[in-house]
Design a protein around this ligand. Structure first.
Ligand code: ADP
Ligand code: MG
Length: 318
């Protein structure tokens, strides 16, 4: 079995492009470009809580970084650096090799340096920290939404949670929808480019990791506003569309986490700019409602009636 140091030097040491000093010393050294601020975020993935024990290490390496990059995207920050703290039951070289391959494939796509971390024995637990740069004063925060702003989401919602519902036996997905949803759960695509391009357009933003209503609720709370969205306007993938009124699909779309799309608000005058952005990114950006004077999120059904959370089955499940 390889030692901890052999694993680090073989699988986690690559020359950094944006750091003065990367893996190998007691701490890494980085410098933020003039006129920029450092955006930093961390997210932990615990086996049995955030991922199934049988998930492939390649997917897990991807996902551990993806969920963190998603947080930087939601701030409008350009990712630069990552750190990786790994707790593993054994020094399983094959597992580490595949995990690193999944991690670095995504890191390279977004030009992120792995500049350090920690490796220890214990229950399988993966903690990634990411840091990025955002122009001074330009970060997309949760507290900037204003009454009258439009509420937007990127991509499609519900796929990842539908995959989880399928695994729990609550919903039966058939191929090719099942593979599509499983891929969305295992290999989320963080909306890094969108986040960067929303700087200047969006008044607030958040990534959808816990579910649309809950995450939009965080924007409302921090901005001291309410939101009114209509279920019919929330985009879901073509395969899920015929199932839109199945209780577990409804729950997946409204309250399912793990999609890692962005939810953002913008003044109505920005609509055409956002439509052009969608076209240039080849990514759907859909207006699903608006910000109000209230203090909570209301979801309207097709008749314009508020949907009742519990009965409609989208209470924030734990
Ligand atoms: P220390 O004992 O000083 O904390 P370590 O022996 O834990 O240092 O780590 C040695 C070097 O390897 C450090 O630069 C650390 O950041 C890096 N490192 C350890 N584990 C990882 C990992 N999983 N991924 C990337 N770098 C790592
Ligand atoms: Mg040290």
């Amino acid at each position: 079995m390889p030692t901890e140091f052999e694993l680090i030097s073989k699988y986690f040491t690559r020359p950094p492009r944006h750091a003065l000093l990367g893996v190998g010393d007691d701490a890494a050294l980085v410098a933020v470009r003039p006129g920029h601020e450092l955006a930093a975020s961390t997210d932990m993935l615990v086996e049995g809580v955030h991922f199934f024990a049988d998930v492939s290490p390649l997917s897990l390496g991807h996902k551990a970084l993806a969920v963190n990059l998603s947080d930087l995207a939601a701030m409008g920050a350009a990712p630069r650096w990552a750190m990786l703290a790994l707790s593993l039951p054994a020094a399983d070289e094959e597992w580490v090799k595949d995990f690193a391959a999944g991690f670095f494939a995504l890191a390279e796509r977004h030009d992120v340096d792995l500049i350090g971390g920690d490796t220890t024995r214990g229950p399988r637990n993966i903690c990634v920290q990411v840091m990025g740069e955002v122009e001074q004063g330009k970060a997309l925060r949760r507290d900037g939404a204003k009454p009258g702003d439009d509420v937007w989401v990127s991509g499609h919602l519900g796929d990842a949670a539908a995959a989880v519902a399928h695994r729990k036996g609550e919903l039966l997905l058939r191929e090719p929808l099942l593979s599509h949803c499983m891929a969305r759960l295992d290999r989320p695509n963080p909306r890094v480019e969108l986040g960067g391009r929303l700087v200047g357009f969006a008044s607030s933003a958040i990534d959808i990791s816990d579910g649309l209503t809950g995450d939009l609720g965080h924007i409302c709370e921090r901005s001291r506003v309410g939101a009114e969205i209509s279920y019919a306007q929330i985009p879901c993938s073509a395969g899920l569309t015929p199932l839109r009124h199945h209780v577990h699909v409804m729950r997946s779309i409204l309250a399912g986490g793990d999609d890692y799309e962005l939810c953002f608000t913008a003044a109505p005058g920005n609509q055409s700019g956002i439509d052009s952005l969608a076209a240039s990114l080849g990514l759907a950006l859909t207006r699903i409602g608006r910000i109000t004077e209230g203090n909570s999120v209301t979801v309207l059904d097709e008749k314009g009636q508020p949907m009742r959370l519990q009965e409609q089955g989208f209470d924030h499940f734990r």
